[in-house]
Design a protein around this ligand. Structure first.
Ligand SMILES: Nc1ncnc2c1ncn2[C@@H]1O[C@H](COP(=O)(O)OP(=O)(O)OP(=O)(O)O)[C@@H](O)[C@H]1O
Length: 265
């Protein structure tokens, strides 16, 4: 589904991401874990084609066997929402503050499908139910909902076009731990239900362990370890991985969690 080969990302003065290889299979949930500043967001931005213009990028990023680094902006835009979608750390920046929750969520439908207004309305209602929100929230503006609700709205928008992969760049970092848990459960449930793959970035092994089946450990722009989550947690090879595991509060293997996914918001 996604195959990254020898990805190098540089500013005019220095190389930041040094030859990263990363692979995600269809419907697989993959974690990318590393400390702040290790290069996770730049890799995500390269996949989505939204790197700052000052950055240069080399290597290959194949999505469904097509190199996105060689695509035009229009071609890339046509993939957003249907092939790839993304959610970010701060949901408020992802939502358009000038329009209602309904208008935010229906955007991918308007861009990619020819549906009537009524059809879009019922798809948005259904999407809200799937992310555990009441339909009344549709007419509110992003400033009138909580951070946890906003992240649910962002997830509804990201998944409404049934993308093949959801890229989640630290989507729970800005939320408190109870809300965080609900968002993680929701992401796992919904992507599993829709058969979507996930690339989930975090600096926290306790978060990654609840989402990913396999993970990559990144340190200073370099992948230092990769493997099944259980193997990495039970027998990490790299000192940096050991440090990340020791820093985690509590580690679970994903799928073992039964916490109510809308608690505390
Ligand atoms: N637009 C930019 N111009 C110059 N340097 C940048 C830019 N964006 C990021 N960097 C640098 O690149 C490095 C990697 O940043 P990146 O945001 O990918 O890290 P990260 O692992 O996602 O960290 P965090 O968890 O804090 O988001 C950092 O040293 C950062 O300062």
């Amino acid at each position: 589904m996604i195959d990254i080969k020898n990805l190098v990302i540089s500013t005019p003065s220095q190389e930041i991401v040094h030859g990263v290889d990363l692979h995600i299979d269809k419907a697989e949930r993959v974690g990318l874990i590393g400390a702040s500043g290790s290069g996770k967001s730049l890799i995500v931005q390269a996949i989505l084609g939204i790197l700052p213009p000052s950055m240069s990028v080399q290597g290959e990023i194949f999505v469904n066997s097509r190199n996105v680094l060689q695509m035009s902006d229009t071609e890339r835009a046509s993939m957003r929402g249907t092939v790839m979608s993304a959610v970010f750390q701060n949901p408020m920046t992802a939502l358009n503050p000038m329009v209602t929750v309904e208008k935010n969520i229906e955007l991918p439908l308007k861009m990619h499908y020819s549906l009537s207004r009524d059809e879009r309305h019922s798809r948005v209602e259904e999407a809200l139910t799937h992310v555990g929100l009441e339909r009344e929230i549709m007419s509110r503006y992003p400033s009138q909902i909580s951070g946890g609700q906003a992240q649910r709205v962002a997830i509804a928008e990201a998944l409404i076009g049934h993308p093949q992969v959801l890229i989640a760049d630290e989507p729970t970092t800005a939320l408190d731990s109870i809300v965080q848990q609900g968002i993680i459960n929701l992401l796992v449930q919904r992507t599993e239900h829709q058969g979507a793959a996930v690339l989930f970035t975090s600096h926290d092994f306790s978060v990654i362990s609840r989402v990913a089946q396999r993970c990559y450990v990144i340190n200073n722009g370099e992948i230092v370890e990769e493997g099944d989550l259980e193997s990495i947690i039970n027998s990490p090879h790299h000192d940096y991985t050991v440090q990340l595991i020791e820093a985690a509060r509590d580690i679970a293997i994903s799928g073992n969690d039964t916490v109510d996914s809308s608690r505390g918001e």
